[in-house]
Design a protein around this ligand. Sequence first.
Ligand SMILES: Cc1cc2nc3c(=O)[nH]c(=O)nc-3n(C[C@H](O)[C@H](O)[C@H](O)COP(=O)(O)O)c2cc1C
Length: 171
Amino acid sequence: MKDLIDIIKTRRTIRNYKTEKVDRDILEKLMEAAKHAPTGMNNQNRRFTIIENAEIIKKFEREIESALNREDYSLFNTPVFLIISVPRDSENGLADTAVAIQNLYLAATYYGLGCCWINQLKHCYDTREIRELLTLVNIPEDEVVYGAMTIGYPKDLPESKARIEKHYYID
Ligand SMILES: Cc1cc2nc3c(=O)[nH]c(=O)nc-3n(C[C@H](O)[C@H](O)[C@H](O)COP(=O)(O)O)c2cc1C
């Protein structure tokens, strides 16, 4: 059994993946971890869409690049692109998404996988081209996207970045 604090401290954001597929049983474990993250008022209204189709992942990459006027935007050749969507009127949608992503980061680290939080969809989920892609992967129009993730086996492990935040005890 790995130590939780070690998993928390060895977790890295990974932006370089091997081509190896991620087995379905490991993806199921990750989904279990994601769904065990809390939701505001226990709403449990997140939808997790796991895209393993390389052609569809490429389409997202190109349409995000175009929607945000970016050059060379990359989803890092990820074998898995996970989109978390929530109801448009969800009061805690962003926070609910964020806590699921943190659970996914930690579970992925436990299973020797790596992840990267992908933030860009939240800026363009309602553009026509991105909405068409969301429809293609069965995400309904009344859901929005605050976060997504690339998931795969890391090609290399980046160094940990020094932590500089402060904490204070008040007696
Ligand atoms: C809210 C949030 C949004 C992020 N969005 C992106 C992103 O769109 N693309 C990316 O490459 N990394 C993204 N990251 C990853 C951060 O850059 C990364 O966590 C940070 O550099 C610290 O590195 P570490 O995760 O390895 O500790 C995001 C992280 C957070 C918490």
